[in-house]
Design a protein around this ligand. Structure first.
Ligand SMILES: C[S@@+](CC[C@H](N)C(=O)[O-])C[C@H]1O[C@@H](n2cnc3c(N)ncnc32)[C@H](O)[C@@H]1O
Length: 294
């Protein structure tokens, strides 16, 4: 019997079930600077918190102590096993973010989908289903905090672990590889020129990720009924060119109980409109480059 080719989302899930990938996440400790800033600024003590794509529990360590009730979910059983091993005192469940129908409406004050987890949902319908479900699960005034990969991220700076000669050479060679990979996989993509779309990365031996500009993310969440609160670059509070920003952080508030547009997907605009937009943008790349470089 012929076997079906795995879909891209299966490939992402396979990667996140791989024990060496799980071990990487299990060994990563503590929030990133911008995450620490977001959690301290936006999360009130004693909130009911849903932590989506919790992985091996990196964010649980920070969020659970702030929460009245905390639930961490992930669709990788192996990640959840690692999270339970690391934090046996907190509550975790295996659940796909594209189907959270088993959770009760308006039961959370804060939903966090950290470290670009939303970017791994494929195709668009799954990401939209997750965003709609987050809107349903949040109480009025509840906050949705997440990050999303940036389609304009073409370059990375070398990061070395020490000042030694070996560490410097290693950092330079990794950065060179990463920059070549980014240019190759991103510059000629629709995502780069239109400001949203899927791209391949070589991380964890190959993942498919959704990348989107700030304006695309705002339009998509606005259509579902969220109100934009703020966006921050990866390196916040430092400013950096969009070409060097790998992802952006977002905070949205649930103010409207009704979505403004039930279809709610700006990427579903009719094909001729997409084509015109693509031609117009592609026809004037220098103008586009000047606009997005800051
Ligand atoms: C980049 S890792 C981040 C893990 C963790 N949040 C951290 O920062 O260490 C993304 C996580 O999202 C999870 N994930 C991706 N798609 C998911 C989905 N559809 N439902 C639930 N979890 C998902 C993956 O299994 C993975 O653990």
């Amino acid at each position: 019997m012929p076997t079906e080719a795995p879909t891209p989302v299966d490939i992402n899930l396979q990667r996140f079930r791989d024990i060496s990938v799980v071990a990487d996440y299990a060994n990563t400790i503590g929030p990133r600077d911008c995450e620490a800033f977001l959690f301290a600024t936006y999360i009130a003590p004693d909130s009911d918190i849903l932590d989506i794509g919790v992985g091996a529990g990196r964010t649980a360590a920070v969020l659970a102590p702030l929460a009245r009730n905390y639930l961490g979910i992930d669709y990788s059983e192996e990640m959840i096993e690692a999270a339970r091993r690391n934090f046996p005192e907190y509550q975790f469940a295996v659940m796909d973010a594209a189907d959270m129908s088993s959770l009760v409406s308006e039961s959370f004050d804060v939903i966090v989908f950290s470290f670009n987890g939303l970017s791994f949902l494929h195709p668009d319908t799954k990401r939209l289903s997750c965003i709609r479900d987050c809107h349903r699960l949040l109480r009025q005034e509840g906050l949705f905090i997440f990050s999303m990969y940036n389609p304009y991220s073409l370059f990375v700076r070398p990061t070395r672990t020490s000042r030694s000669f070996v560490a410097t050479v290693k950092a330079l060679s990794l950065a060179l590889q990463d920059n070549a990979d980014r240019l190759f996989h991103r510059l000629l993509t629709r995502a780069f020129w239109l400001g949203h779309g899927y791209v391949r990365t070589s991380a964890h031996s190959g993942l498919t990720i959704f990348t989107a500009s700030v304006s695309f993310v705002r339009t998509e969440l606005d259509a579902v009924g969220f109100n934009f609160v703020a966006d921050y670059v990866e390196h916040h509070p430092h400013r950096m060119s969009r070409f060097l920003t790998r992802w952006n952080y977002y905070v949205f508030r649930n103010l409207n109980s009704q979505p403004r547009n039930r279809q709610g997907n700006p990427s579903l605009t009719v094909f001729p409109a997409k084509l015109c937009s693509f031609i117009l943008r592609a026809a004037n790349p220098m103008h586009r480059l000047q606009r997005i470089w800051r």
